[in-house]
Design a protein around this ligand. Structure first.
Ligand SMILES: Nc1ncnc2c1ncn2[C@@H]1O[C@H](COP(=O)(O)OP(=O)(O)O)[C@@H](O)[C@H]1O
Ligand SMILES: [Mg+2]
Length: 212
């Protein structure tokens, strides 16, 4: 499967989600390739940190922040079980290209009405891509949920009004994700007992289950 994690909002959690999904699927034995489509290359920075710390590689990674993504990804995906595209902020042309390459799109969003509304531009691009690829599936993924709270009703309403469903699984706001970003590790490698481990596993499983 080819999954793109996209939203033009910076800091929404694209790289965090992309790395943890790739790590989770690789751990389960799948061959996984992460395509870093962000010119800022944060996923590749993470991999470099990881190599420096002498940690073993969990999945392949390639930097491909080019508008020809959709033409190159099918070749790269040959023989690979799951490709995860970590999207760029802003750069609309790159996002468009990633949308043409992907079978599924995950749009990370923070649980505030404001953030949900800010995703409208992204959803417009999804609608545009569906003209060519009607089978393209898109879901919101709530990131940075406040621990031990439910998603506020107003946020659920905002999501529902945009016509793209949210996955049931979400990631909470946890220091461990920030630590993971800076250290070349995944949350589970920092602390196997962290609740982050379970939420990442639930998210990775739900994406593969492919809810309609
Ligand atoms: N659920 C979370 N809890 C705590 N920190 C998070 C969480 N998700 C992301 N972050 C942190 O927020 C920053 C931005 O996240 P990142 O995944 O890089 O977003 P993007 O790729 O969309 O720009 C990073 O420092 C990351 O570690
Ligand atoms: Mg990023």
């Amino acid at each position: 499967m080819i999954v793109a994690v996209l939203t033009q909002k910076g800091g929404a959690g694209k790289t965090t989600l992309a790395l943890h999904l790739a790590g989770e699927w690789a751990r389960a034995g799948a061959s996984v390739l992460l395509v870093d489509a962000d010119p800022q290359a944060s996923a590749q920075d993470w991999a470099e940190q990881r190599a420096r710390a002498g940690r073993r590689r969990l999945f392949g990674m390639v930097g491909l922040a080019r508008e020809t993504l959709h033409r190159e990804v099918p070749d790269l995906a040959r023989g690979i079980t799951h490709v995860v595209i970590d999207g760029p902020p802003r750069t609309t042309a790159l996002v468009r290209s990633a949308l043409l390459a992907a079978e599924r799109v995950l749009v990370p969003v923070q649980p505030s009405g404001f953030d949900v509304w800010a995703s409208q531009a992204m959803l417009d691009l999804v609608a545009e891509a569906r003209v060519y690829r009607p089978e393209l599936k898109a879901h919101f993924v709530v990131n940075r949920r406040v621990v031990r709270t439910r998603i506020a009703r107003e946020v659920q309403r905002a999501i529902a009004s945009l016509g793209v469903p949210a996955l049931e699984a979400s990631l909470a706001q946890r220091v461990i994700y920030a630590e993971a970003a800076g250290s070349g590790l995944l949350a589970r490698e920092i602390d196997r007992a962290s609740p982050a481990v379970r939420e990442v596993a639930a998210l990775a499983a739900e994406v593969l289950r492919g809810r309609p």
